[in-house]
Design a protein around this ligand. Structure first.
Ligand code: B12
Ligand code: SF4
Length: 475
């Protein structure tokens, strides 16, 4: 009987497909091992996920857990404890972004036996064979482990071009269940790894050392079409750090989409300085290849802040991108970050002004505003530590960072409240509304135009209906 490799994705209120496990599974010898993926995000409750985990343990060779910074850490720790309680002989391996940055903390405080840092495929494979044959651990690059209570971290593994890895086997996950939860037949796809840029708030330059590798255009086309055909998908969401990092590859994909008459739409990540310089011919081509939406890390409307965070873009590039995308009928989500220590509220206001200008160019464009969170492994994390700001110290404290509620303690209450109100009114005034909501929408537009957000009664009322009465998730 084949042994089982269990891959566990901790509970969190989202349901993108667990691509990290499809990546790991792609290199595992399936003649030899059964791969079982448990995604606690799509289970009825973490308890149901734990029950499934418990049932699989007797035949398990190891349990791999994927951990990103924030709330998922809590369930990663619970699942690890469960394994230790019911099958202490089964090693628990943590991989992903948090263990890549804090392997020692994840083992000492989280109970993991091994941590894999950086790209996971080959390190996991080597570790599996070391577990099976009790062979040496100190020769496996990319691995951290404990030896007689001592922390050991091996050398970094050489970054491998992802064209060397086989394609993903989506049959390992319940694709229809993800479609249902997403509310659309959307496949998540990962076509490149890493990123060549150096943004100071992002852990990518630390985890991948600014290396990047992308599937060649022809391979990407083949794998995407295969997944779309197999599952009858109508949309593809590229979850790459930076899909547009190589323009030539994007053009190859677009040519192929047109040639093969791909009828599905797609959305992908980008930067303002990648979209702004595109000329009309290129934009016509990507629009003709069914590009539905670009997710742009715009980050700030203030040049001073863009320079501070080493974004290496110009503030006006967001507006130029908006104008060009709108003209070619391509949708966009612009992401912004405010609330850096010492940002100064006038810089935040500059960002809000930019958002209004983007909305003026095309009211259908969406936006997100996040408060700066000092993610570990980033340049700005070190900067604020050196400046004497408090940051989480333990695994438990890292697990408390919540992605919508968190803002640095240095952000003044009234400034945070102003941004939250702006977010509500600017979104509400441009989203489709019906019936009784229409007069409120008119009021919201007036408020946004005049920057008047005092006494936000409509916000309270709408949120009461949305989250208390209709029980919608508050994003
Ligand atoms: C999809 C996605 C999401 C989804 C779901 C997250 C998930 N993974 O389930 C959503 C949209 C909900 C989301 C939300 C957020 N995300 Co997010 N997200 C991503 C994104 C774009 C893709 C993840 C993915 O599927 N990658 C593809 C796989 C193949 O790559 P991978 O995950 O890196 O896996 C490889 C290795 O890490 C390793 N590995 C990973 N897991 C494991 C497990 C084992 C056992 C082993 C051996 C190896 C291993 O091997 C894999 C193959 O090489 C990444 C960026 C990226 N492109 O990776 C950001 C990213 C993971 N998100 C990030 C952040 C910051 C967030 C938010 C906080 C954003 C925000 N400000 O609101 C929130 C909240 C997250 C939370 N705490 O709950 C950061 C994480 C930084 C960190 N220190 O943890 C990333 C890296 C973006 C970035 N560059 O900053 N996110
Ligand atoms: S924020 Fe985006 S562009 Fe900047 S380093 Fe991270 S992944 Fe790359």
């Amino acid at each position: 009987m084949k042994k089982t490799i269990i891959l566990y994705n901790p509970a969190a209120p989202y349901y993108t497909m667990p691509l990290q496990f499809l990546a790991l599974a792609s290199v595992i010898d399936r003649e030899r091992y059964d791969v079982k993926i448990i995604d606690a995000r799509i289970e009825r409750s973490p308890r149901t996920a734990h029950e499934k985990l418990k049932l699989l343990l007797p035949n398990a060779v190891c349990v791999g857990i994927s951990v990103i910074t924030g709330t998922p850490i809590k369930d990663a720790v619970s699942a690890t404890r469960l394994v230790k309680k019911f099958a202490p002989q089964v090693p628990v391996v943590w991989g992903g972004w948090h263990p890549s940055i804090y392997p020692e903390q994840c083992m000492r405080e989280g109970g993991a036996d091994f941590c894999i840092f950086g790209q996971g495929e080959m390190t996991f494979l080597d570790l599996l064979s070391a577990i099976e044959y009790a062979s040496r651990l100190d020769e496996i690059p990319g691995l951290a482990y404990m030896e007689k209570q001592e922390f050991r971290q091996n050398a970094e593994r050489k970054f491998i071009d992802i064209n060397n890895f086989p394609g993903y086997d989506y049959s390992l996950i319940p694709v229809e269940r993800y479609f249902h939860l997403k509310g659309m037949r959307q496949i998540d796809f990962y076509s490149s790894q890493g990123c060549p840029y150096r943004c100071a708030f992002c852990a990518d330059p630390f985890v991948y050392n600014r290396r990047w590798s992308g599937l060649k255009g022809s391979r990407m086309l083949f794998d995407v079409f295969e997944a779309v055909r197999t599952y009858g998908a109508s949309d593809v969401l590229f979850q790459d750090e930076n899909f547009f990092a190589n323009k030539h590859r994007v053009m190859e994909f677009c040519d192929g989409m047109v040639r093969e008459k791909g009828s599905f739409t797609w959305a992908a990540t980008s930067r303002a300085d990648q979209i702004a310089p595109l000329d009309d011919d290129v934009l016509r081509k990507v629009a003709g290849a069914n590009l539905r939406k670009v997710i742009i890390g715009a980050e700030s409307g203030s040049q001073q802040m863009l320079d501070f965070m080493k974004k290496d873009t110009l503030a006006e590039e967001s507006l130029i991108s908006a104008e060009k995308l709108s003209r070619h009928g391509i949708g966009a989500i612009f992401g912004f970050i405010v609330g850096f220590p010492e940002e100064g509220f006038d810089n935040t206001l500059q960002t809000l002004k930019t958002i209004k200008e983007i909305k003026r160019i095309d009211p259908r464009f969406e936006f997100n505003i996040f408060f700066f969170t000092p993610y570990p492994g980033t340049e700005l994390f070190n900067y604020i530590v050196n400046k004497g700001y408090r940051v989480p110290q333990s695994l438990d404290q890292w697990s408390d960072i919540d992605f919508t509620l968190y803002s640095g303690y240095w952000v003044k209450h009234h400034e945070r409240e102003y941004v939250e109100r702006f977010k509500f009114y600017a979104k509400f005034s441009t989203e489709p509304q019906w019936g009784l909501m229409r007069p409120l929408q008119y009021l919201a537009a007036l408020r946004t135009n005049r920057n008047y957000f005092d006494y936000p009664l409509e916000k309270e009322l709408v949120n009461f209906v949305r989250y208390r009465v209709l029980h919608r998730v508050n994003w």
